[in-house]
Design a protein around this ligand. Structure first.
Ligand code: ZN
Length: 332
């Protein structure tokens, strides 16, 4: 472990926001999550690279993979319909007339929520890079939609599976892949950026490999969410010690700007898991208030009750998860 200076403002003045232990995989120890005077939140002291390896149990990625592989295959015809009509993918020839697509837009939006929230709009027959692609399940789906795909994955087993499935995947870190300048139309990091101990370096690298009109999607937990304020050390996405940095829309936007990228759009997501897993952590640690004890996230009734509330929280800009759409500073 070693203490670091804030990568956003260079300061070493910070206060402990919360102390937490690993409630998910039981890595021993207590970890201090600190907040810098500029607002950036991070574990400090930070683990070294070797220590980081120990925080990931062997089944960590394997678990994620299985999910990703099967996701695109379910309800495939419906998904292709949404891709074609809502995300402008020219599947099977020409797109439907524009006026028809506009007319159906509200319905298509609802359909996209239920089936393909993680899809990205079509950008021509472009290059798509997924950093932290796991076994490449999502990329394989996008490949079938016409993208030229590339993965980066630090886990050897997952990278091997991806390559075997026909998804070219570099095993290692993003800078180590040494992609040429302006290689990609789209770069995506889903639930990866909060794990990275060198966020500024990674943003600079994304800026370098992104085409001038390219976009980057980064999805991370939102430490400014109301669920964090409710749950604190029991908040599911806190995930110490694996989540080394925590962002808010404000701190992320400033960090991106410092490293050559501009935030074009901010979207929030509050899946039921954020609330209910946090609740289970509280229950397990004996910290659940009596009036919340009957609430059980295993049951569809409670999860369905959560959905409209989550939707309202997202509209209010307080969601659990935040996705940033980034473009090159120069493109603005
Ligand atoms: Zn700072």
């Amino acid at each position: 472990m070693h203490t670091i200076l804030c990568p956003l403002c260079g300061s070493d003045s910070r206060t402990v926001l919360v102390r937490g232990s690993d409630l998910l995989h039981g890595v021993p120890g207590d970890f201090s999550v600190t907040r810098c005077s500029c607002g950036l939140v991070y574990i400090n002291p930070q683990p070294d690279n070797d220590e980081l390896q120990l925080y990931y149990p062997d089944h960590y990625l394997a678990h994620k993979e299985l999910h990703g592989m099967t996701r695109f295959q379910r309800h495939r015809a419906l998904k292709e319909f949404v891709l074609r009509w809502y995300y402008d993918y020219p599947l099977g020839g020409q797109l439907p007339p524009r006026w028809q697509r506009r007319l159906l837009r509200p319905l298509l939006w609802l359909l996209s929520l239920g089936t393909l929230k993680s899809a990205i709009p079509y950008h021509g027959a472009g290059g798509l890079l997924d950093v932290g692609c796991g076994n490449g399940g999502w990329l394989r789906g996008m490949q079938e939609c016409g993208w030229t795909v590339q993965g980066v994955e630090i886990d050897e087993n997952a990278a091997r599976t991806a390559n075997a499935a026909g998804v070219p995947t570099f095993c290692g870190t993003l800078p180590a892949a040494r992609f040429p300048d302006q290689s990609f139309d789209v770069v995506r990091l889903h639930y990866v950026f909060e794990h990275l101990i060198n966020p500024a370096e990674i943003l600079t690298e994304i800026r370098r490999i992104l085409k001038p009109d390219g976009v980057c999607y980064i999805r991370v937990p939102n430490i400014a969410s109301c669920t964090y304020r409710w749950f604190k050390q029991y908040w599911y996405p806190l995930d110490v010690p694996r989540h080394v940095f925590h962002y808010t829309p404000d701190t992320f936007t400033r960090l991106a700007r410092q490293n050559g990228l501009a935030v074009q759009r901010v979207r929030y997501y509050s899946p039921p898991s954020g609330f209910f897993v946090s609740l289970e952590f509280m229950r397990r640690e004996g910290a659940l208030p009596a009036w919340l004890r009957p609430v059980n996230g295993e049951r569809a009734f409670w999860r369905n009750l959560w959905r409209p509330l989550g939707w309202l929280i997202d509209r209010a800009g307080q969601g659990d998860i935040v996705e940033f759409t980034l473009v090159s500073n120069a493109a603005r």
